[in-house]
Each structure stands twice: as C-alpha cells, then as structure tokens.
Design a protein around this ligand. Structure first.
Ligand code: NAP
Length: 322
C-alpha cells in the first residue's frame, strides 16, 4: 500500500494473538521493512519460525530491539515493566517504543522509568481481540475498523505520535488519542467489567451444574453461551488487567451494583414498566453500536449457524474479545 514502509525495522516482543496479528498485518500492508519477533519461551519462538510471519526470530528481547525503529511490547500488562527494564539500554536513539496492553496507566508508570532519553514512549491499546491466545491465533485482519487508542504521556513528540498512528491506520485501525487515565476509565466499563461479569456468571453456572448434572452446558442458550466465549479469555492477561486497573474497575463495579439492585427490586416488586423501560434503553445502545459499524446486525452476534444434521458445523465467527 505505502511506497516506503512507515518503519524500517519493527521489533515485536511477545508473539501471541496481538503480536502475531500485528506481524501478519504489517507484512500484508508493507507497513514495516523488516519484522523481528521474539517470545518468552523457546516453544513459541520455534512456532513463530514455523508459521513464518516474521522475517527474523530473535532468541532474546535484547537481540530483538537492536536497530529497531519501532518496538511494540505485546506481553501481559504485568510483564511490561520488566521487559522495559531489560530492553531500555539497548534501544536505538530515536526509536519509538509502544505496547498493546489493555490497561494504560500502570503500563506508563511501570515502563517509562526504564526508557532512556531520546527514545519516544507512546503506549497504545488496540481495542480488538478474540478469546484465543498464542501465535497460531493471530490474523492480519484483526485490527480492521477497530479502534487503536494511543495514550502519549505529557510532552510526547507529536511527530512520533503521528508516525505510530500512521502505522496503526496502515494495518486497518481507526486511531484515537486520549490520556491513559481516561482510557482506563472508559475501558473499565466497556471491556473490563463485562469480562468480570462473564467470569462471574460462568463460574456461578458451573457451581450450579453440579446440582443440575451439566444441564447448564447441555441447554446453554445464546446468552450464557456468549458469556462462556468471553470467560474463555486468557487467565494471565485478565488477572493482570484487574490487578492493574483496580481503581477504575472498582468505581464502575460500584455503579453496576447499584443498577443491579434497581433491577432486582423491579423484579421483586413486579414492576414491569421499570423493566421494560430499562430494556428499551439498552436495546437502543445495541442498535447504536451496529449503526457505527462496531458489530454486525446479524442475529447471534454474526455467528454462522450450524447446518442441518450431517452437514459440517462452521467455525464460530471471530469477534472482539477485548
Ligand atoms: P497471548 O496470546 O497470550 O501472548 C502473550 C505473549 O507474551 C506470548 O508471546 C508470551 O510468550 C509472552 N509472555 C507471556 N508472559 C510473559 C512474561 N511474563 N514475560 C515476557 N513475555 C511473556 O496474549 P495476547 O492476547 O497477545 O495479549 C498480549 C497483550 O495484548 C496483553 O497485554 C493484553 O492486555 C493485550 N491485548 C489483548 C487483547 C485480546 O483480546 N487478547 C486485545 C487487546 C490487547 P510465550 O508464548 O513464550 O509464553
């Protein structure tokens, strides 16, 4: 697409769903001249070699960042600080360092002290994902028409911010800039709380299934099944999200509990009007999401339906997990 790649050398530290998708997308769109990737374990590095989505696979984080003009750290939020400490002294002057973590305030706090002057640190969060993990799960189209939020710290170089934004646009994302604090508050309600609710409800149903002898699984209707997809998300990633966005999540959880109490009261009192009004309001929100193109209007979240007996059941449609 572009005449010259936006970055000459892209280094990806962590090559799971997100790192693996960035590599595939950057290659497909010629957004980087060369791509070097690495991962924590020898098994993942070997798998990345087999999959072939990077030009080089480095054995260590330090080797990966040498000479790179864009470094994207794609590891769980809780591991970002240690990675920054490791790579800090080996970064090229003028390089841009970014990440993809689902929480931004803590990443900024943990990574910034380890990054030397002359390096541009611009945290980012692509609001796109699935419940799958690992290098096999990535795909080049993951970021298409999804938001990527950049949270540059005060005083960040605007040229570097624009350049990173151009990279994300090139691989399909819509780019928005905001503060890390605002990001964490918004994502607490749009992503973190929904995941917490899914983890809770699936856990509760599992406890009940001992009583009902797995009828919960057998008769899992659309609502519960959709929660199970979200609740299948990576435990390490989500543990780190809740540990690192504690204040915003607790604030949103407080409001959620109040609203849940109101609905509980409406059910107890048989207040159909209150229930109907609430569900009408939420239905309009769903329609708004479809209207702005952030989801499909197809029933059942756009999943393909199983065929009739004896036909192959298609793989579920991938939808965003984050
Ligand atoms: P993933 O598929 O599990 O991949 C994680 C990668 O990080 C792997 O290469 C793993 O290496 C490496 N890693 C794990 N723990 C590490 C540690 N302690 N130190 C160094 N490397 C480590 O995860 P992902 O879904 O790509 O998520 C990566 C980041 O993207 C997270 O910060 C997450 O918050 C963010 N994010 C995720 C989504 C989503 O929907 N999944 C969406 C947006 C943003 P090994 O394979 O060798 O263990």
């Amino acid at each position: 697409m572009t005449d010259a790649p936006i970055f000459k050398r892209l280094a990806l530290i962590g090559t799971g769903l997100i790192g693996g998708s960035i590599a595939r997308a950057a290659r497909a769109q010629s957004a980087a001249g060369s791509i070097v990737a690495t991962a924590r374990s020898a098994a993942t590095r070997q798998r990345v070699r087999e999959l072939g989505f990077a030009d080089e696979v480095a054995e260590t984080n330090v080797d990966a960042v040498k000479g790179a003009d864009l470094v994207i750290v794609c590891v769980p939020v809780g591991a970002c600080g240690a990675v920054a400490e490791e790579i800090g002294p080996h970064l090229k002057k003028g390089a841009i360092v970014s990440d993809v973590g689902s929480v931004k305030g803590s990443v900024l706090k943990e990574m910034a002290p380890h990054l030397p002057a002359g390096v541009h640190f611009i945290p980012a969060h692509p609001v796109a994902g699935t419940e799958n993990s690992g290098p096999d799960s990535g795909f080049a189209e993951l970021f298409v028409n999804r938001w990527c939020i950049l949270t540059p710290p005060d005083g960040a170089d605007p040229t570097a911010v624009d350049k990173l934004g151009a990279f994300w646009s090139a691989i399909g994302a819509n780019v928005q800039v905001m503060t890390a604090e605002h990001h964490d508050l918004v994502l607490a309600i749009t992503s973190h709380l929904p995941h917490l609710i899914a983890y809770t409800i699936v856990g509760t149903a599992e406890d009940l299934s001992e009583v009902t002898e797995s009828e919960v699984l057998k008769f899992s209707a659309g609502g519960f099944r959709d929660f199970t997809r979200i609740a299948a998300s990576d435990p390490t990633m989500w543990r780190d999200v809740f540990l690192n966005n504690k204040d915003a999540v607790l604030e949103m959880l407080g409001t959620f509990n109040e609203d849940l109490s109101k609905l509980t009261r409406a059910i107890r009192r048989g207040d159909g009007e209150a229930l109907f009004d609430h569900f009408t309001r939420t239905r309009a929100i769903r329609r708004g999401i479809v209207q702005i193109g952030q989801d499909s209007a197809a029933p059942d979240f756009g999943r393909m339906q199983p065929g009739l007996p004896h036909t192959e059941i298609p793989r579920p449609y991938a939808s965003e997990g984050d």
